[in-house]
Design a protein around this ligand. Structure first.
Ligand code: IFM
Length: 389
């Protein structure tokens, strides 16, 4: 237990603080065969996703679990290829599906956070040039406003794009995600297209549903250094480029900031830290520094992802406690944070790693679809209930 609030009268997190977890359509739903990732899996370039966790059919059961774990908020994404399977042709029955998802959350007293696009793209969109196409922002904004026009009374928080720079670098710089390109100039072009796409989608959404709150889920890394001038400079530049440039561009077009945080990068001698199953350092202080860095935007902040792949569930409890301690410190220093969503509710498809990495508070047996609550989920539940770390 940290010294940030040690008795039950010393509630750090206000009542009404939003606590929960997150998922994304392709990673959990199952049965999605009309997007660029399912296409890529057919030619063996990424692992097959197939039925995933069958969350598309089991969302009620999964939300019962979330509720039993004390969650009062949940983030999920809408699969663009289901809503708009062909260019300009929309499927109302899929809107109805997601309306049922939203109702299932709301009847359980769980506040929904809706991501409109989380990495996967309809095949027609990619075939016609994807985000390289000049009209892409227009097409994206049309899809976003179509969804919000229909579902904007069932949810308050919408995120247009999940992790724009992560997606652009996986797809156009590192080249291990569809469309598997490795071009710095394309990456830069796509980054700016995504900024335009968000801004246009924001404006369109606000025209039709001014009451909803719109943001992005932004992946920020804590860059820091020793005190060598060159390392300090490198860390400053990377912080500006990766963490700030996108947010600066859209700062007049966001009602809240969704923060996804997993990494730190120290320029200078590396620290010897414990690692997750992804081989990522465990460094909870990073979240505190990132949150402090976001204060200047003067927007409400929700942590839309923070989580660990930990198959044996040996480190997850302390990981969660450590990260929430960082949230508490930032909150005490006046950072306007209103929620924390752990990634992820369920084990799921971890992109090029397939189903091998286990981020879930809930373990999933992919053969039987049996769900088992991991012990760390109960540690998180206790923190939620007591409102202290
Ligand atoms: O699984 C991903 C998610 O899709 C986006 N944020 C990071 C997670 C863990 O890698």
């Amino acid at each position: 237990m940290s010294n940030l609030g040690t008795n039950s009268n010393d509630r750090i997190f206000p009542k009404g603080f939003l606590w929960g977890s997150a998922t994304a359509s392709f990673q959990v739903e199952g049965g999605i065969e009309n997007n660029d990732w399912s296409e890529a899996s057919k030619i063996g370039r990424v692992p097959v996703c197939g039925g995933a966790t069958d969350h598309y059919n089991r969302f009620e059961e999964d939300f019962d679990i979330a509720k039993s774990l004390g969650h009062n908020a949940h983030r999920f994404s809408i699969e663009w290829s289901r809503i708009e399977p062909e260019e300009g042709k929309f499927d109302e029955s899929e809107i109805e599906h997601y309306r049922s998802v939203l109702r299932a959350l709301r009847t359980r007293g769980i506040v929904p956070f809706v991501t409109l696009w989380h990495f996967t793209l309809p095949i027609w969109f990619v075939k016609n040039g994807g985000f390289e196409r000049r009209e892409a922002p227009e097409i994206f904004a049309r899809y976003c406003s179509y969804v919000v026009e229909r579902l904007g009374r069932d949810a308050e928080y919408f995120m247009t794009i999940n992790e724009p720079l992560v997606w652009a670098s996986g797809s156009f710089l590192r080249g291990n995600w569809p469309p598997f390109e490795k071009s710095f100039s394309k990456f830069i072009k796509i980054k700016s297209r995504l900024e335009s796409a968000h801004i246009l989608a924001y404006k369109r959404i606000k025209d039709i549903a001014p009451w909803v709150r719109v943001g992005v889920a932004k992946h920020n890394i804590y860059f820091w250094s020793d005190n060598k001038p060159w390392n300090m400079f490198a860390s400053f530049v990377m912080n500006w480029f990766w963490n700030e440039s996108f947010l600066n561009k859209i700062s007049n077009y966001q009602d809240f900031i969704g923060l996804n945080h997993y990494f730190h990068k120290k320029f200078g001698k590396a620290l010897n830290l414990p690692k997750t199953d992804m081989d990522w350092d465990i460094f909870p202080e990073g979240l505190y520094h990132i949150l402090l860095g976001l204060k200047k935007y003067e927007k409400p902040i929700v942590i839309t992802e923070s989580g660990i792949a930990d198959e044996k569930d040996l480190q997850r409890g302390e990981y969660i406690r450590g990260h929430i301690t960082s949230v508490a410190r930032a909150l005490k220093e006046g950072v306007p944070i209103f929620g924390f969503l752990y990634w992820s509710l369920l084990d799921n498809y971890e992109w090029s790693f397939g189903f091998t990495k286990k981020f879930g508070l809930v373990e999933v047996d992919y053969e039987t679809q049996e769900r088992k609550i991991r012990p760390s989920a109960l540690i998180y539940k206790e923190i939620i209930e007591r409102g202290v770390v």
